[in-house]
Design a protein around this ligand. Structure first.
Ligand code: SAH
Length: 370
């Protein structure tokens, strides 16, 4: 009896633990798995031709069975603070954004290496339509496959690995990963999670789970699924408003899962996992930045056993010129209310302003020019 024909599998969609079985299934030798993993995640090959430890025939077989689709760098912009935004072209002509953000560039004064955070996308465009977000301005085009999510990290590795990374056994140059680029990760749960598990795998890029953050606009079913994974990923929730009236104005998703339901899911998540959720709150002038909003936010968040808050001053977006950034005094006053209520809060500095680093802006501008 003939089975299903075995289809090609993008190499970056294969979890390190799956390689042996997949090779055997295709009549290849199981022991090659270790050499393949070495080539993919220690030598960071971008084409099987570069895997020179493997016989030529095998490289040709691998290229056919496990293609490596390296995205094209369509645009790259580097801000004065070192933040670099890349627009990556995918095989089907679509494009996604990713941003690489250094903090404490070379080494900090205590000799620890500086941080290098990458912000990756989970979808092309976004269906969520948050008012201030450029990614959703033109709706969802499609979700990314896991290999396209992993490929963003591979591109960063190719461009940013230092000689030192290479000396240290060709380790990953990134120290942190955030899924805060284009798209809603919980609306593309399976592929995003597959990608993150690959990036986290010890025999893969080996990026620690606690250094990987997912950010959701509040797609409630995702919380239960993530809790059930039993992984140590960090979770951020984009809240942006303390009441339903305001939140529904800014975030259409709130009509489907209003704040009470969202916070109940957060409470449950923290109870099940012991993990503290970080709430993101983008400050928009005259809309959600008042003292009354801050006080209402405190009342809401005090219903959780613990949480953190990131305040993000709005990055102005072309498609909503009516939305503005509050002045610094207003930002600080908002911060003060939360601090006084003993909520652990960070006021984010905007990074990479001069390269339009807010979600979706580079793609939107490039798509418009085309
Ligand atoms: N869909 C996910 C992840 C992508 S957005 C989510 O909503 O969380 C990542 C964060 O950037 C979110 O908190 C989002 O609201 C915020 N953001 C988007 N556009 C912004 C802008 N123009 N200025 C400030 N923050 C923005």
């Amino acid at each position: 009896m003939e089975g299903e024909p075995i289809r090609a599998r993008p190499a970056w969609s294969v979890h390190p633990d799956e390689w042996r079985a997949l090779l055997v299934e295709r009549g290849m030798r199981a022991f090659r798995a270790d050499q393949i993993l070495q080539a993919l995640y220690r030598d960071w090959i971008q084409s099987w031709d570069e895997a020179t430890t493997l016989p030529k025939d095998l490289r040709a077989d691998l290229a056919r069975e496990f293609p490596l689709a390296v995205p094209k760098v369509l645009a790259s912009e580097r801000a004065d603070d070192g933040t670099t935004k890349l627009l990556l072209g995918l095989a089907d002509g679509n494009s996604v954004e990713t941003v690489v953000i250094p903090a404490g560039t070379a080494k900090s004064s205590d000799g620890r290496p500086g941080r290098l955070t990458q912000c990756i996308s989970s979808q092309v465009g976004c269906a969520m339509g948050c008012a201030f977000c450029a990614s959703g301005a033109k709706g969802l085009v499609r979700s990314l496959a896991s290999d396209e999510i992993v490929a963003q990290v591979m591109c960063a590795q190719h461009l940013f690995a230092t000689p030192e990374n290479k000396r240290q056994g060709s380790g990953l140059c990134l120290t942190n990963l955030v899924v805060m680029g284009m798209g809603e990760p919980f609306a593309n749960y399976d592929e995003t999670m597959r990608a993150l598990k690959i990036l986290n795998a010890g025999k893969g890029p080996n990026l620690g789970a606690r250094h990987i953050t997912l950010s959701t606009c509040g797609v409630v079913p995702g919380f239960k699924r993530l809790a059930a994974e039993g992984l140590q990923f960090e979770l951020s929730v984009s809240l942006h408003a303390p009441n339903d009236e305001l939140r529904s104005q800014l975030m259409p998703v709130n009509r489907r899962w209003p704040i009470d339901e969202l916070l109940a899911a957060c409470r449950e998540y923290t109870r099940e996992t012991g993990r503290v959720i970080t709430f993101e709150y983008t400050l928009v002038k005259g809309l959600n930045d008042s003292r009354a909003c801050a006080e209402e936010l405190v009342r809401r968040l005090k219903t959780l056993p613990s949480c953190k808050v990131n305040l993000i001053p709005l990055s102005p977006v072309d498609h909503r010129p009516d939305l503005a950034t509050p002045d610094e005094a207003t930002q600080l006053a908002f911060l003060d209310v939360l601090m006084k209520a003993r909520i652990q809060t960070m006021l984010r500095r905007s990074r990479g302003k001069d390269v339009a680093a807010a979600c979706g802006q580079l793609r939107l501008r490039t798509v418009k020019q085309a």
